[in-house]
Design a protein around this ligand. Sequence first.
Ligand code: ATP
Length: 456
Amino acid sequence: MEKIISLCKRRGFVFASSEIYGGFQAVYDYGPYGVLLANNIKQAWWQAMVQAREDIVGLDSSIFMHPKIWEASGHISGFSDPLSECKNCHTRSRVDHLLEEVNVFADEKMSEDEVNKIFDEHKSKIKCPSCGKSDFSEAKKFNLLVKSNLGNFTGDPMENPSYLRGETCQGIYVNYKNVVDSTRVKMPFGIAQIGKAFRNEITARQFIFRTREFEQMEMQYLTHPDNEMKEYEKLKVDRFDYYINNLGINKDNLRWHEHENLVFYAKAAFDIEYKFPFGFKELEGVHARSNYDLTQHAKFSGKDLEYKDPQTGEKYLPHIIESSVGVGRTMLAVLTDAFVEEELGPEDTRIVMKFNKKLAPIKVAVFPLLKNKPELVSKAREVFDMLKLKYMCEFDDNGNIGKRYRRQDEIGTPYCLTVDFDTLEDGCVTIRDRDTMKQERIKIAELTSFLAKELE
Ligand code: ATP
């Protein structure tokens, strides 16, 4: 993990937020390569989820919504994590996470008393993740919704707050009728959305795995009640395969985890877990949620949210299955999976990020062999200009070629092209492959068709 964090900072993937002010806990900024990687991840998700599917449409709902939405969803009363403080070092930890370490699983719907009962039974076996002592305070539940004073100009802004959304899917539920009325979707169909969410996470020590501001990619699929489980099984297969086929993740680093304690309305809940440097942890949730969400919104809004089948005339509240994953969490999985340290010889190692080529932030780097030879520089510029609008490219004329290769390896660039004196004669450049480090000559005129084959 230390190596990944250090590479992320050194090579401009991820910076701690507000670093010059000492940082701002559990919030991170994406640097020049991080933003490209995150964009490629979102594009891959959107392509698989929306573009490739005739039965799924997109949405971009706002971060702020009517506060009643969060009452209806249960977030105001129930969106809370139990927290305990280590009496020795004062580190606060989530009690459900502490219990997981001794293989005890607390239901997220348990009351404070119920959690404390289990915690009391097991806490002597649990050690503080910070100092290793075993001396914990009582568990206290803490609400995760982040409050704001949006639109509130008088009185205590925290008294009638607006909330920054704690998840993106509520925007999908409350818009589902608008989508039905304004498009040609027919049951079953899905609505997909990518957007920011905010949670007052208590423990957030695992880099970009858990942050207080994060981006979610969520797809809610609406079905006739009778078809919920059939569609759920299909979605499970699609989502697991997506990580292997679309993102190129090693399948040995992925597994399913079934929730032991289902919330009362859920039909099934599985998580796709990835083997992060700190162990297998949730990457994505794939859940069958029955008609709970729409039932709640119908009740709290007083609106009829039933779907009327245009063919049969049957009216029903659709059941919903969901796929929900964070961009940052996917990015950490992709970074972990790509990170390779290779021994090239005695005391010679290279770090190379073997990203799936579609996800690589920079696709092609173009180098003139020598910086001080104008004819090489201008030929290299010509190649760079020819490719730059098609692919994210980088021009680099700094230092020796070996160093330039190593820099590109660390940011995962699949191809480096070098313009040398022979280029001026034969119209060929040297193309070097990131993974095999093989170098070959290729005609400049053939570059676009070669790259199209390899990168698209
Ligand atoms: P946890 O139990 O780890 O807090 P959760 O089960 O509450 O997570 P969901 O509400 O199901 O998570 O969120 C769906 C997905 O959103 C998660 O699988 C994860 O990829 C992402 N996610 C949730 N919370 C965070 C966060 N604080 N930071 C980054 N990603 C998050």
